[in-house]
Design a protein around this ligand. Structure first.
Ligand SMILES: [Zn+2]
Ligand SMILES: [Zn+2]
Length: 250
């Protein structure tokens, strides 16, 4: 029954998203998770990262807030705009950042753009059908200030051509590029090779204690992912590999 339910609710576009996110949906469809996942006050200044798990595909939106200025940025706009707006109401939203242009991450985007009236920022390669176009196009290495916080942009193609991750201090919001146990879903072996290159060349060079917050599912620690990838990379694997891959069991 769960399988048929799943097949019925998955639009074609979602096939490119992690199935693990959909499994989480099945487990948690009765509840809505909103948790503060990180609070820090080290060299980057006081900040808070809040996770909102929203919509039929259990997609995570994150709100990163500079606690000194209360300026905030919303990362992704999955669904249920009213809940997101309510969570933002004690902050001053400055931007909406998009990790990538898949429907489970943009379901509430039109309403949020209308009501928040802040610029949308995305990578050009994922901006094609966004209407109106994003006010800001982000590139690898860009930095954006949100209050006292500095967010750094990583371009990590593979899941989509314009996939982005956002780093603030030792925290990484990773969209559907990397999850606990594996990369995001890829549609071809070339895309798989590309996402592996993105992960190894841009994410695994960050400090081992970097906390990773994906677009679905719970957070993970970079060192654990690096260790699991090392096991995967040490084995022979089919050159046609793509789709949903787990480092330890694929
Ligand atoms: Zn996706
Ligand atoms: Zn997704």
């Amino acid at each position: 029954m769960y399988l048929s339910l799943r097949m019925n609710v998955i639009p074609p576009d979602i096939q490119y998203c992690s199935l693990r996110g959909i499994m989480v949906y099945i487990q948690t469809m009765e509840k809505r998770i909103m948790t503060i996942v990180a609070e820090d006050s080290d060299e980057i200044g006081a900040m808070q990262i809040e996770r909102l798990e929203l919509g039929p595909f259990s997609t995570n939106a994150y709100i990163v807030t500079c606690q000194k200025t209360q300026n905030s940025v919303l990362v992704d706009a999955p669904a249920e705009a009213d809940i997101i707006i309510d969570k933002l109401k004690n902050t001053t939203p400055k931007y909406i950042f998009l990790t990538h242009n898949h429907m489970d991450h943009i379901g509430a985007l039109a309403q949020l753009r209308n009501e928040l009236n802040v610029p949308l920022a995305a990578h050009a390669a994922d901006a094609g059908n966004l209407m109106p176009p994003p006010e800001i196009l982000l590139s690898d290495g860009d930095t954006v200030l949100v209050g006292n916080l500095k967010l750094t942009v990583l371009h990590t193609p593979g899941h989509t051509p314009g996939s982005l991750c956002f780093r603030v201090g030792r925290y990484l919001i990773s969209g559907d590029t990397i999850f606990p146990g594996g990369p995001g879903k890829t549609g071809s072996p070339a895309d798989f090779n590309q996402i592996v290159k993105s992960i190894t060349s841009k994410i695994f060079i960050l400090p081992d204690d970097t906390q990773i917050y994906p677009g679905h599912d719970d957070s993970t620690v970079l060192k654990k992912e690096k260790d699991e990838f090392a096991v995967f990379a040490s084995r022979f694997y089919d050159s046609h590999l793509c789709g949903d891959v787990l480092w330890l069991s694929t």
